[in-house]
Design a protein around this ligand. Sequence first.
Ligand SMILES: Cc1cc2nc3c(=O)[nH]c(=O)nc-3n(C[C@H](O)[C@H](O)[C@H](O)COP(=O)(O)O)c2cc1C
Length: 215
Amino acid sequence: MTKLLIIVGSTRPGRSADAVVPWVVKSAREHGTFDVEVADLRDWPLPHFAEHFGTIGDFNDPTYSDPAVKAWNNKVKEADAFIVVTPEYNHSVPGVLKNAIDTVWLSFGFRNKPVGSVGYSGGISGAIRAIEHLAHIFVEAEAVPLRNTVILPQVGEAFDEAGEPASPMPAAAMGVLLDDLAWWSAALEMARAQGELIPGSFRVRAAVAAATAKA
Ligand SMILES: Cc1cc2nc3c(=O)[nH]c(=O)nc-3n(C[C@H](O)[C@H](O)[C@H](O)COP(=O)(O)O)c2cc1C
């Protein structure tokens, strides 16, 4: 079964995320395709990113500066697909979420895997700007950010007392996102099994070194 890691991107006390995440988890489980696990960044108090080549040790099994950094890299690496649940802070993602993504460094844990986004906000934006930023960030992580997303504006009124969406749109969008995630994770699992290219940054460096040596 495809291992889906749902990353909760807000950690502050009283967060609105707690209205959103149970529905996201339930929807993902009901889809039937995924072995669902939640990575609540509250449970992952990662240090501010401070890795460098001196903290890595063995490139094939990096040590990092802190056991939590290594554990987080391993947690991401063992997943096949991701849903990121994010609010919008100053038109982007929370710093804690960006830090968690940056912390996946040199393990390439997001590489060649699909990422779906669920955004919410207190106002009318539904975190669309944060979701757009997330797509840019995940391209650099060599992940595959999906086109179809779930946006939840005015999150305070978005769910009824049973925790279900108060309007039809979120469930419809979630169904599309999960179908896309299932399709992409199956396609990319197959592709990864057939062999992956060395990360592009390494290949460019090697090609430049080879060209320089020849000159
Ligand atoms: C630091 C900060 C910045 C925010 N910036 C935005 C923003 O740019 N756009 C927006 O629609 N809402 C913004 N909001 C409102 C959030 O969408 C709203 O507070 C939401 O509940 C945050 O999610 P959380 O409670 O799970 O952390 C901001 C809130 C905070 C605390």
